[in-house]
Ligand binder design. Structure first.
Ligand code: DP6
Length: 332
């Protein structure tokens, strides 16, 4: 084949019912379903070019090239992307090497799920450049193989990832478009350092916690409550379930072997203040991923005020504000 390229953008997403633990690590089949909202303005833009240069089987991994934010990647980062590209090569029946150029407009490794936007953009760009014309569900399934949460950055707005029974039916779909509810995520950044234990390693530890089985067994109930709160735009109901779900995931993390503690002092300060502000009548709730930063969900009309309140909290270095975002898209 001659050189073919495509460029795609995809938003990050914040899970409000979270994915933690896999039934199958290789296929990234999650222990439980999850619900998220896409984050407008926090995105990855990725260009994939399938090069004319043919390589013999097994050599693609060395041959692929990956540049992220202007830095050439090697080692584990490149290996993970090449293993994913092998899936695309297989689906498209090609043996070309890939040239991948990617840019994030937000800091990596701080609990703002760069792997979600990165693998969603890579899925769309790589598949289109390879001549594949995948349906949204097939794109989401493919993105899931790169990073579980990436399957939720393919569709737009408020999204649910069905745990499914296997590879075929474990994908994400939109449950409401971005304009359904004017919410925003105000991300209180308390540390921009790389997290010590990444999500992939964390998922593998989930079953070592005696609490994981309870968390997973109760997930259908939480998903149901969250879906209903979203569809009826009931902020109080949403707040209760979002904080419960985040607390449950961190309880599992803290009781794994070895235990994972992602919070810092200022994480707890923000959590306490968010609860106080809500008791005072402000529509706010918190959710924390595998990092110390706090995602504070609020209504769009309050986002500026909430961002100002968060910026004044000791230990908060900066606040990023993201409304609800759309689906992954091709650009150019
Ligand atoms: C805590 O999707 O980053 O953000 O599949 O190994 O790439 P991999 O994991 P990843 O895990 C996300 C975990 C989480 C919760 C969530 O986004 O649902």
């Amino acid at each position: 084949m001659s050189a073919q390229s495509a460029t795609a953008v995809a938003c990050a997403n914040i899970a409000i019912v979270k994915y933690w633990g896999n039934r199958d690590d290789a296929l990234r089949l999650p222990a439980n379903g999850s619900i998220s909202m896409n984050l407008e303005g926090l995105f990855t833009r990725t260009r994939v070019t399938w090069d004319e240069l043919r390589v013999t089987s097994g050599e693609q991994r060395e041959a692929d090239s990956l540049v992220i934010n202007g830095r050439r990647m090697a080692g584990d980062g490149l290996r993970r992307v090449s293993a994913f590209l092998d899936l695309v090569r297989k689906m498209a029946g090609i043996d070309a090497r890939a040239i991948v150029e990617s840019e994030n407009n937000f800091p990596a490794g701080v609990g703002i799920a760069s792997s979600a936007s990165a693998f969603a953009a890579l899925t769309l760009a790589a598949s289109v450049a390879a001549g594949l014309d995948l349906e949204p569900a097939a794109l989401s399934r493919l993105a899931r193989r790169g990073s579980g949460s990436a399957c939720r950055s393919i569709p737009g707005g408020f999204v649910e990832w069905q745990a499914g029974t296997g590879d075929e039916d474990s994908f994400a779909a939109s449950i409401a478009p971005p304009e359904h509810w004017d919410l925003a995520d105000c991300i209180a950044v308390v540390s921009a350092e790389q997290k010590p234990t990444g999500s992939t390693e964390g998922h593998a530890l989930a079953d070592t916690s005696p609490l994981q089985a309870c968390r997973v067994a109760d997930a259908p109930r939480r998903l149901d409550l969250c879906r209903r709160a979203l569809l009826s735009r009931d902020f109080d109901a949403l707040a209760g379930i979002v904080e419960l779900d985040s607390n449950l995931m961190h309880a599992v993390m803290m009781t794994s072997t070895p235990p994972l503690f992602y919070w810092q002092e200022s994480t707890l300060t923000v959590m306490r203040l968010v609860r106080e502000w809500r008791l005072g009548g402000l529509p706010v709730c918190y959710s924390i991923d595998a990092g110390p930063n706090v995602h504070v969900i609020t209504e769009g009309a309050e986002a500026g005020h909430v961002a100002d309140l968060l910026a004044a909290v000791p230990g908060v270095q900066k606040v990023l504000v993201a409304p609800v975002g759309g689906p992954a898209e091709l650009v150019e």
